[in-house]
Design a protein. Structure first.
Length: 91
């Protein structure tokens, strides 16, 4: 029972996004762990990070510009993740 509880908690927390974090003048960061341990990084995880960044910029009628992206594949005992640094540019 404890094993199932731990796995369930891992899957719930493993997919959490940091949300949009300001990292400087007009620059932002989003990071998200992938909830599929041992399977690399899912395309849905990466797409979710890009979607969140785009939505953030669109709220202010701006376009998302990628500054840097880092994808870390999963290995046994470590979840994969996607990290995105971006800025919003006026249209």
């Amino acid at each position: 029972m404890k094993h199932f509880l731990c796995v369930g908690l891992l899957l719930i927390t493993g997919c959490a996004s940091t949300g949009v974090i300001p990292i400087g003048t007009d620059s932002y960061f989003i990071g998200k762990k992938d909830g599929t341990p041992g399977l690399g990084v899912s395309l849905e995880n990466k797409a979710s990070v890009y979607r969140e960044a785009n939505d953030f910029c669109k709220k202010n009628n701006q376009t998302m510009i990628i500054l840097d992206e880092k994808t870390i594949p999963a290995i046994p005992a470590r979840l994969g993740s996607t990290e995105l640094k971006f800025r919003c540019q006026k249209n």
